[in-house]
Design a protein around this ligand. Structure first.
Ligand code: AR6
Length: 177
């Protein structure tokens, strides 16, 4: 585990399964139809139960870079924030859209008075974003948002899947945060 205070907010990097995170909200790496799928999306719907998908159907969809919020169903987290990462294409827009996923998710959490949020490493599975590049974009976006919005969140956590992902994020954090 790695942690550092950014103003009043604790930034934590940890390895594990995000469906077990004890934060008030967890973030899902969804697709734009909010249709469910594999990876972290599949794990969240499997662990949280059908209430989450029922709300996703009512919402109907979410553009890349944006975020929507549903119940956490049976998850320990009260809420799931669904954000849609970019499919990696190696263009400048990739980083802009990936950063928007993080800032729009944090905005939504703050608007709902949620005090703690856990993120997976968005876009770095099925959507093919190179992990080291994604780590830099994610940590820069979260760091900048927390500096600009002091006092709103108690904890922002990254729950990384596997030792290698945690180490990649830790190396980026040591340079950036
Ligand atoms: N907890 C934390 N991280 C996880 C977990 C978990 N339980 N499971 C996987 N990861 P991905 P994407 C990591 O593919 O690239 C879905 O089908 C994984 O190792 O889940 O944004 C959606 O429906 C990787 O580092 O999301 C979309 O269609 C990271 O989560 C599409 O995949 C993201 O991998 C989204 O692709």
């Amino acid at each position: 585990m790695w942690q550092k205070m950014i103003g009043d907010t604790r930034l934590v990097l940890t390895e594990g399964d995000i469906t077990r995170a004890g934060t008030e909200a967890i973030v899902n790496a969804a697709n734009s139809r909010l249709a469910g799928g594999g990876g972290v999306d599949g794990a969240i719907h499997a662990a949280g139960g059908p209430e989450i998908m029922a709300e996703c159907r009512r919402i109907g969809g979410c553009p890349t870079g944006q975020a929507v919020i549903t119940t956490g169903g049976q998850l320990p987290a009260a809420k799931v924030i669904h954000t849609v990462g970019p499919v990696y294409r190696g263009r400048p827009d990739d980083a802009r859209l990936l950063a928007a996923c993080y800032t729009n998710s944090l905005e939504l959490a703050a608007r709902h008075h949620l005090k703690s949020v856990a993120f997976p490493s968005i876009s770095t599975g099925a959507y093919g974003y190179p992990l080291d590049q994604a780590a830099r974009v994610a940590l820069t976006a979260v760091r900048d948002w927390l500096r600009d919005h002091p006092g709103l969140l108690q904890e922002v956590r990254f729950v990384l899947f596997g030792r290698a992902a945690l180490e990649t994020y830790q190396e980026a954090a040591d340079q950036l945060v």
